[in-house]
Write a protein that binds this ligand. Structure first.
Ligand SMILES: Cc1cc2nc3c(=O)[nH]c(=O)nc-3n(C[C@H](O)[C@H](O)[C@H](O)COP(=O)(O)OP(=O)(O)OC[C@H]3O[C@@H](n4cnc5c(N)ncnc54)[C@H](O)[C@@H]3O)c2cc1C
Length: 401
């Protein structure tokens, strides 16, 4: 029986679990409700940036509990003109990039929240949310009506909580749209390294192959829906996979597992509302993904943690907690979002990609530092936000050292 709770988290993805771990660890009564029954799949590239890895380490996740966890240190970029460069991440200093199947990763994170004392109610969809003077009232299938002092809406791209609170953006379908498919029996290169192909028709989007254990790979491509139509994606998918430089990396025996899946990616954290009556939007529900790369796991973990910190700091003053959360997100993500938007504009043209990749690939030093920046080892707009400087931030070890 689920009773009323201090904080109700809607959604048990990375944003919801990160918030759940932090709140339960601080001794708060917290319930995570998710419509899916875990372990559940999430359409994703499964790529963990340094930013995500550091946050997972901070949460206390043990990578050994995630069987598909694969550390990788080389990423290959190919320009539309065929220029290919390998970017090595620092070796022997911890993890800077890893791949982990979301089905396993998200389940482990939810189990961590449970172990800290959070109540988990998976398999129950939230069907209505009503603001009341001193609480939030939430209806969930099979659970009846729950009351909470605070709600964290970590319920993904389509955020039903946002909709129920009347704050959904009309006709909003995300900035990006991406396909993903798992492959078995991939060749030795796709089994070990990460590949990013900038193909002319999908710029500033790209096609990726990320390695998984057992000669498997997560392969997919994303498009900026303002530049490429989602209708074109179905026909583009087989065409892209058949291109010789891509087929060669995947190898002659690569076999697709089931059909591909597609899902939108929201990236407008600078414009969307982050709070509403005693409710905080986190992760995809806050449109927090990186607009240049489409990555959102680190952003989900950060915003989940920041929402919980705001609640912990102001347990009885919802307006102060909301202001604190909005400030934290502005400080931690908005400048980076603007920077990514700018760079995404550069990557929208083949010439822009050639210039960026060739410049960043000039020397071992530029390649290594570009790779660290690409993998969010430090914020995208770090150079333009000196207030966020800290000693040694450009030479830190990776996570899980
Ligand atoms: C194809 C693709 C590839 C991507 N690749 C990468 C990548 O390689 N690296 C990266 O960092 N990011 C990647 N992303 C982005 C990343 O997947 C998301 O940013 C991330 O999953 C956001 O996490 P979240 O916790 O906010 O939401 P989610 O992980 O989407 O979790 C939301 C949860 O809310 C639940 N929910 C929804 N409705 C309800 C309801 N009514 N009641 C209760 N629960 C509900 C859902 O069941 C779900 O479990 C990719 C995205 C796509 C689409």
């Amino acid at each position: 029986m689920i009773g009323d709770t201090e904080v109700l988290i809607v959604g048990g993805g990375p944003a919801g679990s990160a918030a759940g771990v932090a709140l339960a660890r601080a001794g708060r009564s917290v319930t995570i409700v998710d419509k899916a029954t875990f372990p559940r799949d999430k359409c994703c590239g499964d790529g963990l940036t340094t930013g995500a890895l550091r946050e997972l380490e901070l949460l206390g996740l043990d990578p050994n509990t995630v069987p598909s966890w694969k550390v990788t240190s080389d990423v290959w970029l190919r320009t539309p003109g065929g220029w290919t460069v390998s970017y090595p991440l620092p070796a022997g200093q911890g993890q800077y990039a890893a791949i982990a199947e979301r089905q396993e990763l998200d389940h482990q994170l939810l189990l961590m929240a449970k172990a800290e004392g959070a109540t988990i109610a998976d398999g129950h969809a939230v069907t209505d949310v009503r603001p009341r003077p001193d609480v939030v009232e939430v209806d969930a299938e099979g659970l009846g009506t729950l009351h909470a002092n605070y709600v964290i809406a970590a319920d993904g791209m389509w955020s039903p909580v946002r909709k129920h609170l009347g704050m959904a953006l009309e006709n909003y379908r995300g900035e990006w749209h991406a396909f993903r498919q798992y492959f078995s029996n991939v060749g030795p290169r796709a089994s070990e390294d990460m590949f990013i192909w900038f193909e002319p028709e999908i710029l500033p989007g790209y096609l990726w192959s990320f390695p998984l254990p057992g000669n498997r790979a997560n392969v997919g491509f994303g498009i900026d829906r303002r530049k490429v139509s989602t209708q074109a994606m179905k026909t583009l998918w087989p065409e892209l996979l058949a291109r010789p430089h891509i087929a060669e990396v995947l190898g002659p025996d690569a076999e697709s597992e089931g059909t591909h899946r597609a899902w939108p990616i929201p990236a407008r954290v600078d414009e969307i509302s982050l709070t509403a009556h005693r409710s905080f939007f986190a992760g995809d529900a806050a449109a927090a993904t990186d607009v240049m790369s489409g990555e959102g796991i680190a952003q989900a973990l950060w915003t989940g943690r920041w929402a919980s910190e705001a609640i912990l700091a102001e347990p009885d003053r919802p307006e102060a907690a909301a202001a604190r959360y909005r400030d934290r997100v502005a400080q931690g993500l908005v400048a980076d979002h603007k920077m990514s938007n700018l760079l995404s504009g550069v990557l929208a043209s083949p010439l822009g990609v050639e210039f960026s990749v060739r410049t960043s690939g000039m020397s071992h030093w530029t390649r290594r530092n570009f790779a660290r920046w690409l993998f969010e080892d430090y914020p995208r707009a770090q150079l333009f936000t000196p207030r966020r400087y800290s000693r040694g931030m450009f030479s830190r070890d990776g996570a899980y050292q």
